[in-house]
Design a protein around this ligand. Structure first.
Ligand SMILES: Nc1ncnc2c1ncn2[C@@H]1O[C@H](COP(=O)(O)OP(=O)(O)OP(=O)(O)O)[C@@H](O)[C@H]1O
Length: 235
């Protein structure tokens, strides 16, 4: 059996505001093998982002366990979580959060300057097919190109894990496919274990495994015997 990189046991998250409680996660048991490409589907409010944020060290659990390799994330303090994120995790969100006054290469270099084992900004931009745009500013790039810069920035520190929350949510399908191609390429070439949250069920076909969340739980899991390349997917 392949090596486990993440696992969770009974992962539970309750948000409290005043007297109100929201049960965002109701006991999630999960395992990911190193290098897997996992797509996460499920209705709005089903707990997908909460789950991703906890395994990414951006949020903490109310109960249960979340492990990355032999680190118990649920016992780390703020400082430990920051270190975990810095050393191991790349994030890609729906909105790219690039620094407008910096070029593509400079945006990526912001991360490589503080990383322990970075690749060069040029190599990261080449992986996402943006070598010829590296001296452009974000305003001179399309939405899809900006998202590919954000992916280059996330992978330039050579993270073991790439966590993506709606990476194609703001993009049309042709542009979204280019972004997915960049993610698939990074997963293949760098071997980063990749989790992608999406509302777009067509994207399931490019995954090794698909998880469906509903009401704070994983209610369905599908293993794809063969996966498609992003270019073969349409929506
Ligand atoms: N900071 C918070 N405070 C209170 N409730 C929250 C907070 N963050 C999320 N929730 C609630 O937890 C539940 C799960 O939210 P979550 O964002 O994980 O769902 P999701 O499946 O990612 O939804 P979407 O697809 O709309 O992004 C929702 O009911 C949400 O309103």
């Amino acid at each position: 059996m392949s090596e486990t990189i993440f696992h969770t046991k009974g992962l539970t998250k309750v948000y409290r505001s005043g007297a109100q409680e929201v049960h965002a996660l109701r006991g999630v048991d999960f395992r990911a093998a190193r290098g897997e490409f996992i797509v996460i589907l499920g209705p709005s409010g089903s707990g997908k982002s909460t789950f991703l944020n906890i395994v990414g060290g951006l949020d903490t659990a109310t109960a249960g366990e979340a492990w990355f390799e032999d680190h118990q994330l649920t016992t780390l303090d703020e400082r430990g979580l920051t270190q975990y994120r810095r050393d191991h995790v790349g994030f890609v969100f729906q909105f790219y959060n690039l620094v407008p006054s910096l070029t593509a290469r400079e945006n990526v270099a912001l991360v490589t300057e503080i990383a322990r084992h970075p690749m060069s900004p040029d190599d990261a931009l080449a992986l996402v097919g943006l070598t010829d745009r590296r001296d452009h500013f974000p305003a001179q790039l399309s939405g899809g190109e900006q998202q590919r810069v954000a992916i280059a920035r996330a992978i330039a520190k050579n993270p073991e894990v790439l966590l993506c929350d709606e990476p194609t949510g703001a993009l049309d399908s042709a542009t979204g496919i280019k972004v997915l191609e960049a993610l698939a390429e990074v997963n293949r070439r760098v071997g980063a274990t990749t989790l992608v949250i999406t509302h777009n069920a067509a994207i399931r076909e490019i995954a090794d495994r698909v998880l469906r969340f509903a009401d704070g739980r994983i209610v369905e899991e599908t293993v794809n015997a063969t996966k498609k390349s992003p270019a073969e997917v349409s929506w």
